[in-house]
Design a protein around this ligand. Structure first.
Ligand code: HEM
Length: 504
């Protein structure tokens, strides 16, 4: 064969290869027009959510753009995540219907398709990532351990930890740094001690020891492979063939060892007082249901996975919002002093109306998650605004854009403004938003967050202690907008939150 022929054949092969790749990337892009569902034109490589891959900005901004363009014309639109068609719901009532009335059609979270307990036992047994009957069972095992009475019984421990937090802040004031106090570091220490002590029955003092049990190895807890997620984006079938671990083997071994020590100490009964904490409940359940130690570990890990980041992040962002709005901070301080004084009554703290409103409002602006991804588990017909119908097929992912709904000026006038008053009972309370599918900070229906009361109690106790002793201001190192960190899957202010405390 002459060299010219070799070159020609090579060029032809390369052109054919590129042609095939092009066809492969595009072949199902007419999916939504075939079903007459509106939607934005996808990018050939990344579909409609390019930021999920490029991380140039947080992916919620891609979702938000689509929401803003179509919210007046459609109840739902069809989009592509990479090349996979997904349905995005834009109508709040329809979103609520999916969560509550039509729950049996949307039983599982997308997370359950990514995790396998054989590969990742601790995450695989978390209710959030569990599916079907296993979800029901895991959830029903945790819920009775988190009754208001049990949370109340753990409250003295919470108050002790709050006192240690205030000593830490006093230390920060005595030895000030130019960049102030790193709020997330502060609230992570707080939550590390809350979970260690209230949930696992382990003594720890994270305010003095940055190597306390739940802070050590934290940066080695998760593993994430961007390459794997790009490949899965292009070929979702890979998920079925190979599941990744989310929790590293190193962390799993460490955590299981920690829990086994805690269980052995508790079973040996060497502690002076009987503690009515979550471990106490878990050990009773272990006997009753013959749970393995690994299953008990998985339940405790649920607090670390679903409770640690959420609560520490909400507390840090609420402090930020109070720092940005000093008049609201003062109004809240006044409520605390008027209704509590030096008293630390659980019932009163739990019911403080303005405190409740401030947390809900901060959570609306900085929610823990921005959007839900539910799997259609039983096909269902949905009717769009123009009367056309679409039968959602089994296995399709349905996106609920919670954050764009909660930042929509039509539902929340001046949505970017921190206005806790909108959630006060005199103005209709949180229920009026919740019932209309406008408040999404802890889900809804049978999968509503099971730890939110526990979480709120910790946040309230911490805010009461901090605000009675200190004024809080934003340090100049903190940005003054709402830009989210694009590299993080939960809501987090880009660049971090730095605060200046001042003793009252
Ligand atoms: C106040 C703080 C918290 C907030 C705002 C919060 C928020 C959420 C949200 C948005 C979801 C997803 C609901 C959905 O859309 O399907 C969720 C689920 C969940 N949360 Fe929380 N969470 C908080 C604290 C906690 C804590 C302390 C725990 C500890 C056990 C926890 C455990 C869970 C679990 C297990 C699920 C999955 C429930 C299921 O699928 O059945 N959360 N949470």
């Amino acid at each position: 064969m002459s060299p010219e022929t070799v070159v020609l054949i090579s060029l032809w092969l390369i052109a054919t290869l590129f042609g095939l790749i092009y066809l492969f990337l595009r072949w199902n892009f007419n999916y939504w027009s075939y079903f007459k569902v509106n939607g934005p034109k996808p990018d050939i490589y990344f579909g409609n959510l390019p930021s999920a891959v490029t991380k140039k900005r947080h992916v919620i901004y891609d979702i938000w753009n689509i929401y803003d363009v179509y919210k007046h014309t459609d109840y739902f639109v069809g989009i592509f995540k990479n090349r996979t068609p997904q349905l995005m719901i834009l109508n709040p009532q329809m979103a609520k219907q999916i969560y509550v009335k039509d729950f049996k059609h949307f039983y599982d979270n997308e997370a359950s398709t990514m995790v396998d307990e054989k590969v990742d036992f601790l995450f695989g047994n978390n209710p959030f990532s569990s599916s079907g009957e296993k979800w029901k069972q895991r959830r029903s095992e945790i819920v009775p351990g988190l009754t208001l009475n049990r949370i109340k019984a753990m409250f003295p421990i919470t108050l002790e930890i709050c006192k240690r937090m205030n000593v830490f802040i006093e230390g920060q004031i005595k030895n000030p740094s130019l960049e102030g106090t790193n709020a997330k570091d502060l609230t992570s220490r707080f939550m590390a001690d809350i979970i260690a002590d209230c949930i696992m029955g382990i003594q720890s003092d994270s305010f003095r020891d940055s190597n306390s049990p739940l802070l050590v190895l934290r940066e080695k807890m998760f593993q994430y492979s961007p390459v794997y997620s790009i490949i899965v984006g292009l070929l979702p079938v890979i998920h079925k063939l190979k599941k990744m671990r989310f929790i590293t083997k190193e962390y799993e071994t460490y955590f299981v060892g920690l829990m086994e020590t805690a269980i052995n100490i508790r079973k040996a009964g060497t502690e002076t007082k009987v503690r009515c904490d979550f471990l106490n409940y878990m050990l009773q359940l272990q006997q009753k249901k013959n749970l393995t130690n690994m299953e008990v570990c998985a339940h405790s890990m649920t607090f670390l996975l679903d409770g640690f980041e959420t609560v520490s992040s909400i507390l840090a962002h609420t402090l930020l919002m109070l720092a940005r709005y000093p008049l609201i901070q003062q109004k809240l301080r006044q409520e605390i002093t008027d209704k509590l004084g030096k008293n630390r009554d659980f019932g009163i703290i739990h019911e403080l109306p303005y405190l409740n409103a401030c947390i809900h409002e901060s959570l609306r602006i900085f929610p823990v998650d921005f959007a839900s991804t539910k799997i259609c588990t039983e096909p269902i017909e949905l009717i769009n605004k123009n009367g056309t119908t679409f039968k959602v097929p089994r296995g399709m992912i349905v996106i609920i854009p919670k954050y764009p709904i909660m930042m929509d000026d039509e539902y929340y006038p001046d949505a970017c403004e921190f206005q806790p008053e909108r959630f006060l009972e005199d103005n209709g309370g949180i229920k009026q938003y919740f019932n209309k599918g406008l408040y999404w900070c802890y889900g809804d229906g049978p999968r509503i967050c099971l730890g939110v009361t526990f979480g709120f109690v910790q946040i309230k106790a911490a805010l009461v202690e901090i605000l009675t002793k200190f004024k809080v201001k934003p340090n100049p190192k903190t940005r003054n907008d709402y830009t989210f960190d694009p590299t993080y899957f939960l809501a987090r202010l880009k660049g971090g939150i730095f605060l200046d405390f001042e003793a009252i």
